[in-house]
Write a new protein. Sequence first.
Length: 329
Amino acid sequence: MARSFAETFQKYAENDKVPVSSLKELIRSLFSDPSEESVNKVCECVTLSKNGHLSSDDFKLIWENFIQVLIKPVSAFVIVDVQNDFISGSLALSSCPAKEDGAEVVPVINKLLDDVVFDYVFYTYDWHPHNHISFHSNLKTYKDTLLRPTPDQWESVCMFDRVQFDGRPPLEQTMWPDHCIQGSEGSKLHKDLKVIEGGLEVYKGFNPCIDSYSAFWDNGEVTSTGLLDELKSRNVTDVYVCGLATDICVNFTATHACKHNFRVVLVEDACRGVDLSAISETKQKLNDLGAIIRTSDTIAPLVKGEEFPMELGLVAAENFRRKFANMST
Ligand code: VGL
Ligand code: ZN
């Protein structure tokens, strides 16, 4: 496909205007295996439901705010919680129901860091104070804020049980073993994980009173970690998510990335999780939110803007519509 505005405009314009039917043809040619329904959807979004012909200015807007996103995406690789405690420590995934080995993500992530030029790389840390509310060992301290079970029943709560704490908002909380205590050996990244120069760090779960599975927001969606601002200020369009655990922190992080309208790719072989059915539910839900699930050997052409999956095209098109919706009236 032509990679400049002038060339593309010339190719599709008739008398200095691009017929919407030709734009549709362009859209159809961009994507691999597009359904007519998605082509129409993309077309409606970027033409703001205009019919007939697009002026050079109309087409330039589409070029700069839609086609450019596809061919020059700005990527962030978000490596979630590849910390010792989830691999060999107190919350090792190998002792969780799915019996997965968290260490297996390390060579996969390292190879991606070697082979693929992401614009930005983020390393997230689960980063709890010793008095964190998610630790079963601290339940006595927080028992008076229990809603379910009642405070007098706190001693019957077992490790991995789900309880509910009062708060704004009231929140469900799984009781975990002590893990990822700030500065401890268990909180360190796996020793073989490649830490690249210029990599950015994100800390979460540092407030003793609220857990934070997502690298964007705490579980009450009240306090931000700063990741969203870091991505926005760098004009990131595409977020690649991997790490531990697929069905918990990777799940919440990727979900928030979708909800903040990033184009999201879950790198599935660079993730390991807690529970097999929760892992497959996570993938289904992310797919429903417009994310794509890919293996690490298929990432490079996406990052380079050489392959355009329709699902990500639809997200870019919706973002276009949101940005310029007021211009159609
Ligand atoms: C996580 C449980 C508790 C995770 C963090 O990183 O997936 N899981 N805290
Ligand atoms: Zn945690």
